[in-house]
Design a protein around this ligand. Sequence first.
Ligand code: WTA
Length: 647
Amino acid sequence: MQELKSRYPILAQAKAHTHIDTETYDAMYQQSIEQPDVFWAEQAEKFLDWYQPWDSVSNVDLKSAEIKWFSGGKLNVSYNCIDRHLATKANDIAIIWEGDDPSEDQKITYQQLHDHVCRFANLLKQRGVKKGDRVCIYMPMIPEVGYAMLACARIGAVHSVVFGGFSTESIRARIVDADCQVVITADESLRGGRVIPLKANVDAAIAECPNVHSVIVVQRTGGDVDWNEQVDVNYQQAVAELPAVCEPEVMDAEDPLFILYTSGSTGTPKGVLHTCGGYSLYAAMTHKYVFDYKEGEIYWCTADAGWITGHSYIFYGPLANGATTLVFEGVPTYPDAGRFWQVCEKHKVNIFYTAPTAIRALMSLGDELVNQSDLSSLRLLGTVGEPINPEAWHWYYEIVGKSNCPIVDTWWQTETGGILITSLPGAVDMKPGAAGKPFFGVKPALFDKDGNTLEGENQGLLVMTGSWPGQLRSVYGNHERFYETYLSQYPGNYFTGDGAKRDADGFYWITGRVDDVLNVSGHRLGTAEIESALVLHPAVAEAAVVGYPHEVKGQGVYAYVTLMNNATESGALNQELIEFVAKELGRFAKPDYIQWAPGLPKTRSGKIMRRILRKIAENDLGTLGDTSTLADPAVVDNLIENRIVHG
Ligand code: WTA
């Protein structure tokens, strides 16, 4: 650590004309902790426009799972992201859209964004959507995904965006859980030249969702789709006849803004619930300070709108700040692996935010693809989703950033709404591999298993000892599960599910999940979800899934499968099961390896000992630990003997 620190003594500040310096950070952080209500009231006035002020700034009791920020305050998030900018920025670019095919792009001004969103909102109203209703959005990365989200926010509907890579069963489960009656989709999506049949996936999903009465279909490719006049609505035709004016609904700060499903260690994905006031304040404020965003800059976050990063840092944060945000439909490797850098050059991107997995994949292809593009517009780089290994960090810093752009390594979660731990350009040093220090108002701590606080330089479980405005408020439809999952372990504290180290300078280094959640290419996957998908196959009796370190993806998926008596092990069945998971959950969840397991290591009470399965998948046999408590220790020998040794 020390050595790296001296190599980058403070920051690469050459091009970071920053909002805050170290002294300002220290003073602001201090105030945010000592007088949180004063601090957050000031920020809420600075960052958002309110119809009516709040009754109380914070009303939080983590022990009883009651979290309220700015309640009684009235605002509308779409107004804050659009209308209030019109007086000065009507003709400024809100969204730059870059298509999958490099010859396709589009620029949308704030005025045009306003008109699109109002028309879309009017269409939703026409289909009977009212304040509080849930709307499912299953879309490609086209501007209309943003219009759809903001149209919901405008009329007070609660959106539930489902990642376009999810397949039928995942869409169905999410529609049912939130009881969405309207779905917004596109005919097809395009990614890396590949066509994905979104509308057909929705059709299959809603066959079992009797409450869905409308499917709004944006024409993206013009491809052939089945059409049901009763249910399907052609977006382009419908909005052409609707007015470009729609009064924003006056919302309470604590009214829900959206639900976003995420994987946990047990059961089905949880509908993480975020509300209007605190979430949008936190997204806007972190966007400005962490990315050091300045008026007129071009900002690009490469995430998908289907994940929290897309919500907070493609749409809500940047648009609340009146920024120009780039929406990219494609993939980093199409038409070739220089695409990210070509897009940076083409649109003169100043701030670039991506995932370590993408950096590692591109790094492995060499520097030439980067050097072919003029990246002189870049002045700040960011990463999110998983720890970045120092080698990838250095490549990003030196080859992409030309040793001239600070890197912000941002640690956060779907549940946190926005960035909680990060370096801050100008204020907090960069250390390759360390997430950094807490953002304003954020109180991290390290606990041991029993909930004792670990002081100073230490390693333990990462918790937050207080609330912040962007914190999730509940799990949709299941407040008990919210409490159980996050607040019950260490009463009065929020448990992140991550482990971390804190160094002598107070920097946090995230060590990864401590529960059964995998992080595959920055995508969160519950081992339980993949197991449930596998056992749906008629040949499978039982399955256990673990992660193993993967050079590019961060973690790979390794599944142990016990077959039914009447099924026979074969290469063809192995492949079939892998494809089966892709069909059930989505391609990104495919197991990398399936090992046949005549038996699984279980305790006498029947609990699968994943620790052992992980070690075998990692080919780390020296430290298998005590296997004597197993019901049948012999199964371990079989698994070791037949393990798949990977490179
Ligand atoms: C991991 C994504 C290390 C972490 C915003 C967390 C990270 C999970 C980082 C949340 C980072 C995210 N360094 N690990 N900078 N950022 N993580 O909900 O394990 O998709 O708990 O939110 O990703 O994933 P989620």
